[in-house]
Design a protein around this ligand. Structure first.
Ligand SMILES: Nc1ncnc2c1ncn2[C@@H]1O[C@H](COP(=O)(O)OP(=O)(O)OP(=O)(O)O)[C@@H](O)[C@H]1O
Length: 230
């Protein structure tokens, strides 16, 4: 049963203390167990079901608190893998982080048969022999490359319903802020936005104010930020 926790800005966020309470897809649940995730981390207790609900969400927590896994689980719960169409875009600041995100989604999505495509410089949909024949359900890439592919039409955006920024502070810090609106304009509406970040910066809050609808804010509880008991 979910409970409300009331500390600071997380007021009103439902907290789920076990993965069972989240009633996740059974194939996804099996993968979570096989990854050895017995209990959600503190961030995951609030973030997974907030994102899964379809609301706009901002998550701020330190490295290693389970943010990337929370994103992967939420995306996998949201998308319909029976539908061969791209439904979620995940942007990361670097090639390496985009690759890590791809691996996390592919690993946790194994039993859901998810197709997840890396989209970074040098690996381009449409002209790359490593590209699978199937349309990916999820794209994990860097902002510049994903933007180019949307512009060129190599990435079909019609049914994309989630745009996720992992490392949003770093992305906006490194010049992408001016391009965000352009990329956003290529995507259909309504679109769920999720920003994950180690720090909440003015850039993130400014962009959230203009693009997000009443975002849920999940900020690390300073007293409970490690997952050693998870
Ligand atoms: N619920 C969980 N139970 C046990 N281990 C977990 C759980 N969630 C995540 N982990 C593991 O903890 C490590 C950190 O998780 P994750 O990468 O999701 O965190 P992060 O906050 O995104 O960190 P970073 O910013 O360093 O990538 C990974 O090895 C992951 O497999």
């Amino acid at each position: 049963m979910s409970q409300q926790r009331h500390f600071g800005p997380n007021r009103g966020v439902s907290t789920y203390h076990t993965f069972e309470e989240m009633r996740l897809n059974s194939n996804l649940f099996q993968s979570i167990r096989e990854h050895g995730f017995n209990h959600p981390t503190d961030i995951q207790k609030g973030a997974i079901m907030s994102i899964t609900s379809g609301k706009d969400v901002i998550v701020q927590a330190a490295s290693g608190t389970g943010k990337t896994s929370a994103l992967a689980i939420s995306i996998l719960q949201r998308i319909n893998t029976d539908m061969p169409q791209t439904q979620a875009l995940v942007l990361s600041p670097t090639h390496g982080l985009a690759m890590q995100m791809r691996e996390m989604i592919a690993g946790l999505g194994h039993y859901k048969n998810v197709q997840v495509q890396l989209c970074v410089e040098g690996i381009n949909m449409g002209n790359n022999s490593h590209m699978s024949e199937q349309v990916p359900h999820v794209i994990s890439g860097t902002p510049g490359q994903v933007y180019n592919m949307l512009r060129q039409g190599t990435l079909r955006a019609e049914v994309i319903e989630m745009l996720v920024l992992d490392g949003a502070d770093y992305i906006f810090d490194h010049g992408f802020i001016d391009r965000f609106q352009d990329l956003y304009n290529y995507l259909p509406s309504p679109l769920q936005l999720v920003f994950m970040s180690n720090y909440l910066t003015d850039d993130i809050l400014g962009i959230a104010e203009t693009t997000m609808k009443n975002p849920v804010r999940i900020l690390e509880d300073p007293g409970e930020d490690d997952y050693s008991n998870a």
